[in-house]
Design a protein around this ligand. Structure first.
Ligand SMILES: *Cc1c(COP(=O)(O)O)cnc(C)c1O
Length: 401
């Protein structure tokens, strides 16, 4: 089936890069588990030579992801962090700098601080989400501006269009140019498409919503233009870090139900957040779909729906969080997010353990914070589970100090 820009999201998700096999008619193309390709004579091949450089199963997935994000091309990687690593290696050299929003995935922070700083890169962080705060940090050495929205785990939203405009204007005044990258893992292209809002590059941990079934690790980079993809494609081949064909097949299969799943995640999360907001025992509920959220208006403008992540603060700090998380039965206490099954995570100990304590507290990642990845189970079961787990937490007054 040929790719038509005008087609809807799910039509593209189901058909782009997944044409019937011309040899056998197999409706779902075979998984190309091959490292190499037989040539008729030296240099006479059919476009594939070696699977680090290209593989038909990976190619189908990349075509599909590019179509869904509205980009010219996509490049897939063995993990989300490998996707980020490849962007930094491709676009920056020693002495240059990155401007980033402080509330970010802990592994990305660790990568910037412990892998790239020793290579001579500088990273400037802002804890303010205004466009001016980003623009102020851009100087002659800035080559990359990096943000996630919604952020992890505080679920703040950043205005992609306004921040992109501000940092590009600032770079133009300095006579330099930079790339503006958005990690779209938490939203997925169903809820927002950063390239249409002025981003140059979109990054995904496809481990999360794109894969959607907690059965693989993967990453992707999508660029607005083929020219922007050129250095990244070069590094993909030159440095490797590519996913195997079977993982590509699983990612591509997951994508076919992405729109259905995101709708269900958002619907369930909205119900969970509403329940949580009615619990006096909770110290805080954070969900961009509640009108109590500081970025609620931006959410209604920028996102098709608020997504599947809800953060709560239980009373009693670390002990409260521990008793809550050991009492849930439908929600599994596990790292990661974005699968069909509901998970709960304790950022201070689990995903954000690589961030120093002082920095964590500045970001609001307190010991009672629990991050919920609301799955697509029946929502009544999810709420009943959270309700009984909350009942197991001593209330603030009686909690041990
Ligand atoms: C998980 C995650 C990553 C890292 O991806 P991996 O696939 O685990 O390497 C990056 N960004 C965000 C927002 C994530 O949630």
């Amino acid at each position: 089936m040929s790719f038509d820009q005008q087609q809807g999201f799910s039509t593209k998700a189901i058909h782009v890069g997944s044409s019937p096999d011309p040899t056998t008619g197999a409706t779902i193309p075979p998984v190309y588990l091959t490292s190499t390709y037989t040539q008729a004579a030296p240099g006479q091949h059919k476009g594939y030579e070696y699977s680090r450089s290209n593989n038909p199963t990976r190619q189908g997935l990349e075509d599909c992801l590019a179509a869904l994000e509205g980009g010219a091309e996509a490049a897939c990687f063995a993990s989300g962090l490998q996707a980020t690593t490849t962007i930094v290696q491709s676009l920056l050299a020693s002495g240059q700098s990155i401007v980033a929003y402080g509330d970010m995935y802990g592994g990305t922070y660790r990568l910037f601080e412990r892998v790239f700083k020793p290579w001579g890169l500088t990273v400037h962080y802002t804890d303010e989400n205004s466009p001016e705060a980003f623009a102020k940090l851009v100087d002659e050495t800035t080559r990359l501006v990096w943000l996630e929205t919604p952020t992890n785990p505080m679920l703040r939203l950043l205005d992609i269009q306004a921040i992109g405009q501000a940092v590009k204007d600032r770079a133009a005044r300095l006579g330099t140019s930079l790339s503006f990258a958005v990690d779209n893992t938490f939203a997925s292209p169903v809820l927002q498409q950063p390239l249409s809002l002025g981003a140059d590059i979109v990054v995904h941990s496809t481990t999360k919503y794109i894969g959607g079934h907690s059965d693989l690790i993967g990453g992707a980079v999508i660029c607005k233009t083929s020219q922007q993809m050129e250095p990244i494609r070069f590094t993909q081949n030159a440095a490797g870090g590519v996913p195997g064909a079977f993982d590509c097949f699983l990612m591509h299969r997951g994508i076919k139900t992405l729109a259905l799943r995101m709708e269900a995640h958002s619907k369930n999360a909205q119900c969970v957040a509403k329940w949580a907001a009615g619990q006096d025992k909770l110290e805080r509920v954070i969900y961009p779909g509640l009108d109590s959220h500081p970025d609620y208006d931006l959410c209604t403008r920028q996102m098709a729906s608020p997504g599947g992540m809800v953060s709560i603060v239980v009373p009693g700090g670390f002990d409260g969080a521990t008793s809550f998380m050991s009492s849930t039965q439908v929600f599994s206490c596990a790292e990661s997010l974005g699968g069909v099954e509901s998970l709960c995570n304790h950022p201070a100990i689990m995903t954000h353990a690589s961030i120093p304590l002082e920095r964590r507290e500045e970001l609001g990642v307190v010991d009672g914070l629990v991050r919920l990845s609301v799955g697509v189970e029946d929502v009544d079961d999810l709420i009943a589970d959270l309700d009984q787990a909350l009942a197991a937490v001593p209330s603030a007054k009686t909690a041990a100090r």
